[in-house]
Design a protein around this ligand. Structure first.
Ligand code: ZN
Length: 315
């Protein structure tokens, strides 16, 4: 009998991190400046470990190789997605990611990185950097060389519940006071564009990667906004945020008993609010804020009962 695969997250210290992952999600964080929870990851820089069932103790990348049937016998060599929760306690550096083709050639066969953000929480009046105002690559280079960052960078207001699709080539940065669930291609390739001239603990500026950033940035900026589609699902509600070539992302708002049926597609689930119980066959599993799991292919019908919100994704 198939079981859901519960995953143990990996935490990353970041200079911009804080303690919200502990305060908000109850995670046992390693440091006061923990910035990232790699919740569902098969990336070599921080693979998650299966916590239950017959595969307990196996890393997700190992499971992907040894039991491809759980994922529908995919053709790809590596698990394609990565789910993170980010605690931006301070502004992140302004950055841009390459697409698959550029990363393959220039980054040892890594995936490119298209990502998206669901804003779990943020301070009042928060914003973020999303895109730029240059009309041509020449103008982009000119503004960067002259350090005209305020003119160049585009700021967008954000609030809890907002969703942003961030295709590769989009200049972006989370700003102070933001907690985000990020669904992304499984990649760790980032080109830093601007770091607010901040110094690290040793008094040095962090490296920038302007040349590569200029090569991969989409000019002019394309605003990839699509309106979320909301569907009632019994007493619950499913919001579709994006269905792209890389991933589809949804929010499930479970209110009471809801039946779901998935057979041909594995799903990544992250509980971001509330709690409930997942019933499958004769088994039941606790679902509560901060838990992450994968529903394998062939799992079939299951029920979630409770009062909780989940971010759900698949390829
Ligand atoms: Zn990014």
């Amino acid at each position: 009998m198939l079981q859901p695969l519960f995953l143990k997250p990996v935490f990353k210290e970041r200079i911009w991190g804080g303690t919200a992952l502990q305060e908000e999600f109850g995670y046992n964080i390693p440091k006061e400046n923990t910035g990232e929870c790699w919740a569902i990851s098969a990336h070599p820089h921080g693979p998650s470990v299966i916590e239950n069932g017959p595969y307990e103790g196996m890393t997700l990348d190992e499971l992907w190789r040894k039991h491809p049937e759980l994922f529908g016998n995919p053709s790809g060599e590596v698990f394609p997605l990565l789910t993170k929760i980010l605690d931006a306690n301070m502004d992140l550096s302004v950055q841009v990611h390459p697409d698959d083709l550029y990363a393959k050639v220039n980054e040892n066969g890594e995936f490119g990185k298209t990502e998206c953000w669901y804003i779990i929480d943020c301070k009042e009046d928060a914003d973020m950097i999303f895109g730029h105002n240059a009309h041509s690559r020449e103008e982009l280079v000119e503004h960067m060389n002259e350090g005209k960052w305020n003119e160049l960078l585009r700021r967008v207001k954000i609030k809890p519940g907002d969703f942003f699709y961030v295709p590769s080539g989009t200049i972006h940065a989370l700003c102070e006071g933001t907690i985000v669930l990020e669904t992304q291609q499984s990649s760790d390739t980032t080109y830093r564009v601007y770091d607010y001239d901040r110094l690290d603990v040793e008094g040095n500026l962090r490296d920038l990667h302007l040349e590569r950033a200029i090569e991969v940035t989409t000019v002019p900026h394309l605003d990839a906004v699509s309106l979320p589609v909301v569907q009632e699902h019994g007493k619950s509600r499913i919001t579709t945020f994006v269905e792209s070539d890389f991933f589809s992302v949804y929010k499930w708002e479970v209110r009471g008993k809801s039946v779901f049926a998935y057979n041909d597609q594995y799903l990544l689930l992250s509980v971001i609010k509330g709690e409930g119980t997942l019933f499958h066959a004769s088994e039941q599993y606790e679902m509560k804020k901060g838990i992450h799991l994968i529903i394998p292919v062939g799992f079939g019908t299951f029920e979630v009962d409770g009062d909780c919100e989940l971010i759900v994704s698949h390829t």
